[in-house]
Design a protein around this ligand. Structure first.
Ligand code: KG4
Ligand code: ZN
Length: 324
């Protein structure tokens, strides 16, 4: 089954054509980073307008790259939510229109489930497994019992990990997109320079707002030109990785589920990926999507449409939603 997927939930306009949920025939992403850079973050209305400009060229390009004609597509899919409503509408209406024109099904996809599906691309991964999903909007541990049975067993009670990365980056005057630059900076810092606290919360909870405040307290002790950004980045990154990986491993042991995966934009983080490699050496069966399938992309949408589309009697009546 060949699915054309579209992703437009935030600041990437993306289209991909994927066969049987695992084999990517073409993957196109048009990023808006340059446009939002000057605002220091994503401006929803600007993002939605930009999706309108990019959506048709991106779809044309994906057909060309895959060397596939529209009548060879078996279904059209898009992210329905959670995300920015004005942005989601662009992708969803494009996919629904293609489905009507070519008389093929439309499949709606949940953005979080799509991030999980990134782990199916180019792998033989099968449920059950545990997935640590860390993105700009969410931080969760999901117990993927089956392709369409995904249970959230832990989640943040305040900020999402990606959000904290971006906020700490801003505190250190690191430009947007902060997360990835902070990760790079951490490589030249000392991770033991600062001792940042791990939140004391319930077994099924994460909390990162205290960490953010602790970083702010340290930043304030320095004049901007003397700020040891690299050391702060390394210590912060180490604290986040400890918190996330400890909880993931605790659940893996408790549920006797040694198959574990990473997902979401922060799954691109070098420290988290290193920790997963270490767990592999210890006998865990670990997975992390290729970097280009960690941050928002449409291959994960097409894969999710194959394995776990939103169940509904009439998918053409699906409405976009902002929170999930
Ligand atoms: O999944 P994603 O592309 O969009 C959402 O669904 O939110 O995630 C974006 C988030 C941003 O907060 C970005 O700073 C963070 O992922 N991110 C990273 C890295 N690459 C992207 N955070 C830490 N280290 C990275 N290498
Ligand atoms: Zn995302």
């Amino acid at each position: 089954m060949i699915i054309l997927g579209i992703e437009s939930s935030c600041d990437e306009t993306a289209a991909a054509i994927v066969k049987d949920g695992r084999e990517v025939l073409a993957n196109v992403v048009s990023s808006q980073i340059k446009i939002h850079e000057k605002f220091g973050g994503v401006v929803p209305e600007v993002a939605a307008r930009e999706h309108l400009n990019s959506i048709i060229p991106v779809i044309k390009e994906v057909y060309e790259k895959a060397n596939i004609k529209p009548d060879e597509i078996d279904a059209f899919a898009s992210t329905v939510g959670p995300g920015l409503v004005g942005c989601l509408l662009v992708g969803m209406n494009a996919a629904k229109t293609l489905s009507l024109i070519h008389n093929k099904p439309y499949l709606g996809v949940n953005h979080l489930s799509a991030h999980v599906s990134a782990n199916f691309i180019n792998t033989n991964l099968e449920p059950p497994f545990l997935c640590l999903l860390v993105s700009g909007g969410h931080s969760q541990i999901i117990y993927v019992k089956d392709y369409d049975k995904q249970e959230i067993i832990a989640q943040t009670i305040d900020d999402a990990v990606g959000e904290v990365y971006d906020k700490v980056a801003r505190l250190c005057s690191i430009p947007y997109p902060g997360g990835i630059l902070l990760d790079k900076m951490a490589h030249s810092g000392n991770k033991n320079a600062f001792k940042f606290p791990q939140a004391k919360v319930g077994e099924d909870e994460f909390s990162f707002s205290g960490l953010k405040t602790a970083v702010l307290r340290e930043v304030k002790k320095f004049s901007p030109d003397k700020l040891p950004k690299e050391d702060i980045a390394a210590s912060f990154q180490n604290c986040i990785a400890d918190t996330l990986i400890n909880k993931l491993v605790n659940f893996a042991n408790k549920l006797n589920c040694k198959k574990i995966a990473l997902a979401g934009g922060v799954a691109a983080n070098s420290e988290l990926r290193l920790r997963m490699e270490e767990l592999k050496q210890k006998g865990y069966d670990t997975y992390a999507p290729e970097l280009k399938y960690c941050t928002d992309n449409a291959s994960m949408v097409a894969s999710c449409a194959y394995f776990n589309p939103i169940k509904t009697d009439n998918s053409l009546l699906l409405e976009v939603f902002s929170r999930g």
